[in-house]
Design a protein around this ligand. Structure first.
Ligand SMILES: C[S@@+](CC[C@H](N)C(=O)[O-])C[C@H]1O[C@@H](n2cnc3c(N)ncnc32)[C@H](O)[C@@H]1O
Length: 318
């Protein structure tokens, strides 16, 4: 067990009033325990389940399976064939806000896409006419492309652009924009991984400023009556509730949507309906999620596909 830093203890006091909850949170980060592996079925599930599966949460979509501890889905031949994608249950939690959208979604833009979990979740849930997945960091494109190829994700385009460029090229065009923002990655500790400096105020502030820039550019892409899903895998309120509050103050055409199936996870750190999963509850390492709706009426604009210049494209057939 690692000794908790003062910054971690301080954060636990800001997150929870209850002393026992503070201690459980700190323990989850300093003495990490394995979480159940999880898969997203891109194809139909086989009649004979290839894995031992845990009882599903009431809100879990049927294309997700949470597996028993010790299962190694990444080593199964169906993984190589692209039948499923491995992801954390925290990612499923964060993406589950999308399950409340009943409108037909033609176009999805995932602004921060690699390695591809939220894109694939949205693709499976909505069967959009087109999925555009963006990854700005060049060296992370390879894993995104290989996951899309392996799982036969189409029709889709992968692009490598700064959010400000996409805001121009794709203004008011997308029925759904997903911002799974780069963050300080504090929940990596709950998975036994390293995230140096993740509780330091300078790192948190820098990360929050980047998140505000990305969400502001992404908002410009959302079509009238469309949605913007914002999520992170970190705990500090500055990167989560405070980004959401900042966003609603500046982009007054957006409203946060209540997510009924996540009611018991509602954050008490803001009056906005935002939702959190914490590692001490043992479902996943942690996530923050909020869904905004653009209340503007008006015209949905077309994307100029020539300006997008995808680095990988698979739009031949659905
Ligand atoms: C939390 S990860 C995304 C995980 C992915 N959505 C998934 O579910 O597999 C955040 C991503 O944002 C990317 N990123 C970093 N800086 C960015 C920026 N300025 N604008 C957009 N994305 C950025 C990172 O390279 C990283 O791939």
């Amino acid at each position: 067990m690692n000794t908790p830093s003062n910054l971690l203890i301080k954060l636990s006091r800001r997150l929870f009033e209850n002393l026992n909850e503070q201690e459980r949170f700190v323990e989850a980060l300093t003495n990490p325990q394995p979480f159940h592996p999880c898969i997203l079925w891109g194809t139909e599930k086989p009649e004979i389940p290839p894995f031992q599966v845990e009882a599903p949460s009431p809100w879990q979509p049927n294309f997700i399976d949470r597996l028993s501890l010790g299962q190694k889905p990444g080593q199964h031949p169906l993984h190589e064939k692209g039948n499923f994608y491995c992801l954390d249950f925290s990612s499923v939690f964060a993406a589950s806000t999308l399950l409340t959208i009943s409108d037909h979604i033609d176009l999805v833009l995932d602004m921060c896409a690699a390695p591809g979990g939220k894109s694939i979740f949205a693709w499976k849930n909505f069967h959009p006419d087109l999925l555009i997945s963006n990854e700005v960091i060049g060296k992370r494109l390879g894993m995104l492309i290989s996951n899309f190829k392996r799982c036969h994700i189409k029709p889709s385009i992968i692009v490598n652009r700064d959010s400000s460029i996409l805001a121009e090229i794709m203004a008011s065009s997308s029925h759904l924009a997903i911002v799974d923002a780069p963050c300080t990655g504090q929940s990596l500790l709950a998975k036994g991984e390293k995230a140096p400096g993740c509780f330091h105020p300078t790192a948190i502030n820098k990360s929050a400023n980047r998140q505000k820039r990305i969400i502001a550019n992404s908002a410009k892409i959302v079509a009238p009556q469309g949605y913007l899903a914002y999520m992170t895998c970190t705990y500090s309120p500055e990167e989560n509730e405070q980004v959401s509050e900042w966003f609603l103050e500046r982009f007054t055409q957006f409203q946060a949507v209540e997510i009924n199936h996540l009611k018991e996870y509602q954050s008490h750190l803001t009056t906005i309906p935002c939702y959190r999963m914490f590692p001490q509850d043992r479902l996943g390492a942690g996530a923050f999620t909020v869904l905004f709706k653009n209340t503007d009426e008006g015209e949905v604009k077309e994307v100029n596909m020539n300006l997008l210049s995808g680095v990988w494209t698979n739009i031949l057939e659905k």
